[in-house]
Design a protein around this ligand. Structure first.
Ligand SMILES: [Zn+2]
Length: 307
């Protein structure tokens, strides 16, 4: 009978991630379920993660697989990605755990208008009074609570609280606060206003270019061919790959920690040595791999239509 306890243990371990996620519903159970079926890593979106210092004035305050970044300045803080409603309390806790004040959140930014990155914006703005700055291509989606989204707008599970945008951004616009300058790069395709953020940090007397990737991914169900709600989607993705390849990323970050292998890097950091987030080669390899994946999906969809 020795096999029995072992089998029971395996079953118990298998049950852990989904049980944890179920304790932390998004806006609604239906929304959580919807998003967890849309791509990989969803199970970990609502699992808390310890906050930590990345480099310069940048801190990680997200969950296991949702990238949220606090950029601390003497004139208040910038926050990128409020994530789901259910993540807002975790983010607040992470900010306070690092010794910063949640009420000092002055500017709220997003990677793109999908609810795993922006559904909690209305709640966070109500709590902090932060000004919301969003790329023009995503403004309508944000302000309609997802109803204007080209892919998920007609799916009730993809909807969330509407939030008013205070500042409409365009490609190349800069957000300046307390001596920090963030540049908004329009990297469309994943959403029409998908934004990759860059900034320079100083560490041990040297400057480093930080890149926070918006998303180069084609979600399950995205139509690249004959997309009636987003006719320019293929040209936009191709433009995005060109832009992403041209960016110099000394420090590689992104909207989801699995873009840049955060857990593996944190494990490596325990051994000491150079900052593990300095990964210019890893950044270029990631973008190249994602471009191949995009072209493969496009070719498959085109072949499917020719059949
Ligand atoms: Zn997305």
């Amino acid at each position: 009978m020795r096999w029995f306890p072992a089998a029971a243990l395996v079953l118990a371990l298998l049950a852990i991630p989904s049980a944890r996620a179920a304790e932390n519903p998004c806006n609604t159970d239906r929304e959580c379920h919807f998003w967890q079926t849309q791509g990989s890593g969803g199970t970990y979106w609502l699992v808390p993660h310890r906050p930590f210092h990345i480099i310069g004035n940048i801190y990680f305050v997200g969950s296991r697989n949702l990238g949220t970044y606090l950029i601390a300045t003497p004139q208040g803080n910038i926050l990128i990605n409020p994530n789901f409603d259910a993540n807002v309390a975790m983010i607040r806790q992470s900010i306070e755990q690092l010794g910063f004040k949640y009420a000092d959140t002055k500017v709220l930014l997003i990677s793109h208008a999908h609810s795993d990155h922006n559904a909690g914006a209305a709640k966070m703005i109500a709590q902090t009074g932060a000004k919301y700055a969003v790329m023009d291509g995503d403004v309508r989606t944000v302000e309609t609570g997802g109803a204007a989204d080209f892919q998920y707008g007609d799916k009730p599970g993809g909807l969330y609280a509407k939030a008013k945008v205070d500042q409409v951004l365009h490609d190349g616009d800069r957000i300046e606060l307390g001596g920090t300058v963030l540049t908004a790069h329009l990297t469309p395709g994943h959403t029409p206003g998908c934004t990759t953020w860059t900034m320079t940090v100083r560490d041990a007397g040297k400057n480093y270019n930080v890149v926070i990737v918006g998303s180069p991914n084609v979600n399950p169900g995205y139509r690249l061919v004959n997309n009636k709600t987003y006719p320019g989607i293929v040209a936009d993705y191709r433009k995005t790959f060109q832009i992403l390849k041209s960016l110099k990323a000394d420090i590689f970050l992104g909207a989801h920690p699995d873009y840049f292998g955060m857990e593996a890097k944190l494990a490596k950091a325990k051994a000491g040595g150079a900052n593990v987030f300095m990964d210019a080669a890893g950044y270029q390899a990631y973008i190249a791999e994602r471009q191949v994946a995009f072209e493969k999906t496009l070719a498959e969809q085109q072949a499917g239509l020719r059949k």
